[in-house]
Design a protein around this ligand. Sequence first.
Ligand code: BGC
Length: 765
Amino acid sequence: MKNTFLLICFACLNLTVSAQQKAAPQLNKNNVKEIIKALSLDEKVKLVVGMGMYIPGAPAGLLPPNDPEDDKIAPKVPGTSGRTHAIPRLGIPSITLSDGPAGIHFMDLTNAKPKYATAIPIGTLLASTWDTIMTQKAGEILGREAKDYGIDIVLTPAFNIQRNPLGGRNFEYYSEDPFLSGTIAAAVTNGIQKQGIGVSVKHFAANNTETNRMKLNTIVSERALREIYLKAFEIAVKKSNPWTLMTSYNLINGTYTSESKDLISKILRKEWGFKGLVMSDWFAGQNAAVSLGAGNDLQMPGRPDQFQTILNGAKNGSLAMANLDSSVERVLNLVVKTITFKNYNYSNTPDLTANAAISRMIASEGMVLLKNDHALPLAKSSTIALFGNASYDIIAGGTGSGDVVKKYTISLDEGLVNSGFKLQQNNKSVYEDYVKSENAKKPTPSFMDVFNPFYIKEMEVKNELIVESVANSDVAIITIGRISGESKDRKVENDFNLTDAEKQTLQSLSESFHAKNKKVIVVINAGGVIEMASWSHWADAILMAWQPGMEGGNAIADILSGKTNPSGKLTATFPVSYTDVPSSQSFPGKQLPLKEGEILDPVMPTYPAEITYDDDIYVGYRYFNTKKVKTAYEFGFGLSYTQFEYSVIKLSSTEFKDEITATITIKNSGKTAGKEIVQLYLCAPSEKLKKPSEELKGFAKTKLLQAGESQTISFQLTPAELASYDSSLSSWIAEAGKYSIRIGASSLDIKQTKEFHLAKNLMVK
Ligand code: BGC
């Protein structure tokens, strides 16, 4: 009897619980507000702090422990960069976030069951295509593979300004110019988001240095911030509506970007109308409650102490509940858009073959031919003497979160053979043995190696090998390789500048091959700018191949053979020497002593530091062209196997009203089919504000023009393109006066100019 009574009671209790469960609303895209009301305070805080990060191979205790409850929940996709909390009782799933810019990045170092992704070319190469269709295709690869692996958000595109050639992450970024960076970022974003996968545009903002990156205070004028460092984000936000944005590690003028109300709530949301979610960079910032209050919705990857700080803030009133609710709302609005929420049945088998073929095509479109003294394209079936470690062990991309676990990489030796060329065999075996033995010294991959790129010293070439090569081959090709990555900046010696061994080999090749009337071609396999002026005379042709992804060797061979006519152009200035760079004095900033009680982070030993952007708005070509400082190769430069003619510019009016259209016709006047990148620069009057001599305000890549074929291109200029930021008025102003439109093949190779007039100062919204 007693037992029967108990059973009835339990049954009643169960019924009540399941009735309650049934009554709990389940998240859908129309009931976000109702869900917020149903969330407890703890649950709200969980939603704004990620689930932590577990990296196999990381030393015990190195990463903050996860909430023990979270550890019980297996990740949907192991080895990715982060995930958000689920609240199952309200139908809120956990969503998965993964890097990155050059392909979907899994940090599964156990490699028990590696997940391969297509390693597309690095960001700088993508931008060097100056082609929004091509870069959208790159985004589509990332979006498709993320979707095939069940990933909701890809942590890309990354497009901080390449302020200084030594920036360790320049390879991930696009350009020294904000207009080009923002336009390419929008194209990549559109490519990814078209697949129903979100992006996180990053790192917002002024994150242009890796040294002491987590505590570096960037001191920058409001005008430079607006015109140079924020502009690209403004363009990307307005043109592509990114689902999320990632704030950066650094401080700007004394405030962590992740804790800056001005940056996030005022500029990004209010002025630009950004509707998405803002997340922090991994382990960034100082105070999670302040960060949330500033509008940074999600702390990533999330730590228990951040959970506590936000909870305390909400309880003691220092964090307004309205702020917490707004952030929760943005998290939920993001969740409902994801493939996880939509229960997408992912295959885990991306079409890596099809994507590799697209990656190869993009790679060859972004390579830049810098010099060609009748050396390229190579004669069919030439025998090539191939030099340089990187010819046999290509550097497909940079290191850190922008790295990719790839199934294979095609080195240049393979690419050339695939294209029907013959290689000088002894040469190949000497290098292959060297590369193999050096690679064997590579330490077993560990967590720390993510931040310590392994680099093989260039082999010193014996004279006999050169003599033998000259005798047995038609042409010499040497590849100069460079690697760089997250958390470290590059150095001038033996990195920006060539090493003695590299210079020695180049000089010997030049003397020996030229003595027999044979050509020497240099391929640069690097993520960024290097010194060229002191050695370029030794080379008959120089190809900037960047870090071209896993199909790199095939793509380089496509250019060298003439299968693809080179059409990439430089997105950053190549100075004659490092000291010519305007930021060379201030980079990478001044390290400050540790504060009392402050300890160094064991993963990334980061000191407090400070950097002053004394170059102000005069970054890259804005400095070199305005001050007429000689460069090795100017911004926008790149050669083709054909030539182009530019017609005169037609303007829709010579008086600017609401907008103006400039039209020009480009004709392939050479004998080979090719594409031209047409660049529009604007020279603005400078009555009140100083202006650079010209600024990029438009660009277009023609279709493949057959010999003799033409294409007409139009550019629209609106008041926004005419305006500069006047800090005294906190406004964008287009000054009255004479404007000159310069259209050309580079920032210095201007082919046509036309002027128009603006009657009155215009304040631009
Ligand atoms: C990088 C970000 C990256 C994140 C997650 C950080 O260290 O700065 O670019 O998305 O890690 O891997």
